[in-house]
Design a protein around this ligand. Structure first.
Ligand code: PLP
Length: 417
């Protein structure tokens, strides 16, 4: 197809127009996503530069969600064992949805834990939760659909939703408890709603949605699906499932049958760089038989096939390895005790490794700028779709938390004058 006349003043070096008025050239949405940095990454880059300038021990960087505990020894042993396989077997393609033995290891593990009867064919192995979510959205959304997210939320959700041709509809969580505000979700559902996304234990709040809260949501979704005559899916993104502190994390498919679960081992086994996770379409989902091929087709469309073979093999050995949450629990205690002794207000974290703290002024970005001058680097809540709070990621060393307390005190004092 040839290029038509250029609209000279609109030509920006990347885009021109065909004679029928269509944009040609570099995809502008992709360009915009690539050219703009995520604010979390920007803060982390600032933190790295600052550490290089004044010494790592003098910067309290709470910005990233990179696990600070090592992967279990069993992972290393499993890799060592895999390396004894013939190279062609080790490095070869697996089926697009993953090795049957790896999928069986996962489904058996889920059945042991949740009393379910899942099979290997209900699972599609992926390159982490990001791929699981993108695949799932592309399996259930059509152009013009809407997907509801509970704000504050993981900012990449909006990118994944737009990529699936849908629009992201933000519904604020309950302002006091940060549980799902079910009446507000109900009010936001329209005939275009394809899915609602939940994330529990939650990034960025650290809350865990209570069973009753999820049951209330399920009853609204069931009622609205019937009212509009089409399925409204619940996409349960659960990379932090295993990181919970003495609180029940309900298994969502037993609460709402049209649930699809997105999971990864990035946080539970501290393997974020290895890119391994899965999508589960439970057989109890009424559209299971259509959803399984739709998930496979979405993976195919996006080229998300054959998750890393080495780490599929690691799953066979390590799927039941417990997450090492002691270090996070210790950090959580030190952080919550230290900050509440100073006077800060926060949501008591029940899971994940984030603390959601009220900024000391309404503008979280201004609060962040002032925190920065004390070498404290939380993430302002505007990055997550809400104002007035910051996320303090405590997947850092224990020393960072303890040593940061005088700086938190000075920051507090600076607001008392
Ligand atoms: N979902 C949530 C809520 C997350 O916090 C993250 C990563 O931080 C992801 C998904 C992406 O996880 P993964 O690294 O497995 O792609």
């Amino acid at each position: 197809m040839g290029l038509g006349m250029l609209h000279a003043n609109e030509y920006n070096g990347m885009v021109s127009y065909s004679t029928d008025g269509r944009v040609m050239g570099i995809n502008q949405q992709s360009y915009a996503y690539g050219a703009s940095k995520s604010s979390i990454r920007e803060i982390a880059a600032y933190g790295a530069a600052r550490k290089a300038a004044i010494g790592a021990e003098n910067v309290y960087d709470f910005s990233l969600g990179n696990p600070s505990v090592p992967a279990p020894d069993a992972v290393r042993d499993s890799i060592a064992h895999a390396l004894t396989l013939p190279a062609t077997a080790l490095h070869g393609y697996t089926p697009a949805n993953g090795l049957p033995a790896a999928r069986k290891a996962v489904s058996d593990s889920l059945n042991r834990r949740f009393g379910t009867t899942y099979g290997p064919d209900d699972l599609y192995l992926t390159c982490g939760a990001a791929a699981s979510i993108s695949i799932t959205l592309n399996a259930v959304c059509n152009a013009g659909d809407e997907v509801i997210v509970i704000a504050p939320y993981f900012p990449e959700y909006a990118v994944f939703i737009q990529n699936a041709g849908a629009s992201c509809v933000e519904v604020m969580a309950d302002a006091e408890t940060f549980q799902i505000d079910v009446p507000a979700v109900e009010a936001a559902i329209t005939e275009r709603t394809a899915a609602v996304m939940v994330d529990s234990p939650n990034n960025p709040v650290g809350s865990v949605y209570a069973r009753q809260n999820l049951e209330d949501l399920a009853s609204v979704l069931g009622r609205k699906s019937r009212e509009y005559g089409h399925a409204i899916y619940l996409i349960s993104d659960e990379p932090y499932r295993e990181i919970a502190y003495d609180v029940e994390v309900p298994w969502v498919p037993t609460i709402y049958d049209r649930t699809i679960v997105c999971y990864s081992y990035s946080k539970s086994l501290s393997l974020p760089g290895e890119r391994i996770g899965w999508v589960l379409v439970p057989p109890t989902n009424p559209e299971h038989d259509q959803l399984v091929p739709a998930v496979a087709g979405a993976g195919r469309k996006m080229g998300f096939v054959c998750a890393p073979a080495l780490f599929q093999r690691v799953l066979i050995d390590c799927v039941d390895e417990p997450a090492n949450i002691e270090a996070y629990a210790k950090n959580r205690r030190a952080l919550t005790e230290g900050l509440s002794a100073i006077g800060y207000e926060f949501i008591e974290p029940q899971g994940a490794f984030y603390l959601w703290m009220r900024a000391l002024e309404p503008d979280a970005n201004a609060f962040f700028e002032r925190a920065k001058s004390y070498e404290l680097l939380p993430v302002p809540s505007d990055s997550f779709g809400c104002t007035g709070w910051v996320r303090v990621g405590y997947c850092v060393s224990y020393e960072t938390i303890v040593n940061s307390m005088p700086a938190w005190q000075q920051l507090w004092d600076s607001y008392q004058a």
